[in-house]
Design a protein around this ligand. Sequence first.
Ligand SMILES: C[S@@+](CC[C@H](N)C(=O)[O-])C[C@H]1O[C@@H](n2cnc3c(N)ncnc32)[C@H](O)[C@@H]1O
Length: 225
Amino acid sequence: MKLYKQYWEENIAQWGELYLDISHGHEKFSGPVWYSSAYHASIGRLERKLMAQRYEITKAFIDQYVKPGTTFSDLGCGTGIFTVQALQKGAKVNAIDFSKSALEITQRNVLKYAPEGEILFQQADVQADELPESDISLAMGLTPYLTDLPAFMQHVLPKTKLLYCLFIDPSHWANRLRGLLPFLNVRGLRCHAKSQVDKLYAQHGWRLVQRRVFATGYIDLATKN
Ligand SMILES: C[S@@+](CC[C@H](N)C(=O)[O-])C[C@H]1O[C@@H](n2cnc3c(N)ncnc32)[C@H](O)[C@@H]1O
């Protein structure tokens, strides 16, 4: 847990650049320097394209569902890109991340792009700490890094009404390959089978509203029964 938190403390400032389609080359991976460069020049290019799509999909979700006064929890807010979007739509936002640097960057972006917004910053581990109540929770790019999905669901679902969440699918060929060749899994991404996720929704009295395939995973919209 410590190591993976440290990864985000060191890399989150550059993470936002993925959305801007500029160099992803600052991200530090463990292993030889040449490997990071080779990765950024090959798979990294494709990742940048997918990040741009992910941004558009998430923005469209926020545009459709967030209304003035909606309480919105941005779980693993990172650089705050979606926190800012939700604030601009008039939401009251809980920006939550376990990384202090992520929250500082989010705060800077909020001051710059949505200074009038109503926001609460919370440094919390979404798998272990109590979370605030919200109408909508967003977990974009978060579950691939979690170590305990059931604990995450247990902390999030009772506190929110709607969840928009990205998962990585273990049955996708690229993730099977990552499993066979672990050096390709530079960020140590974790996969979650649809059956496991569906079971967790059911255990908490939730249901799936929509599931769309995205990149090597899927994005769920789920709600309370
Ligand atoms: C890939 S970034 C995604 C940031 C943002 N949601 C986005 O889509 O741009 C993942 C973020 O989740 C945070 N994170 C990872 N595990 C976490 C945990 N257990 N509790 C809280 N935040 C976590 C990291 O610190 C990082 O800021």
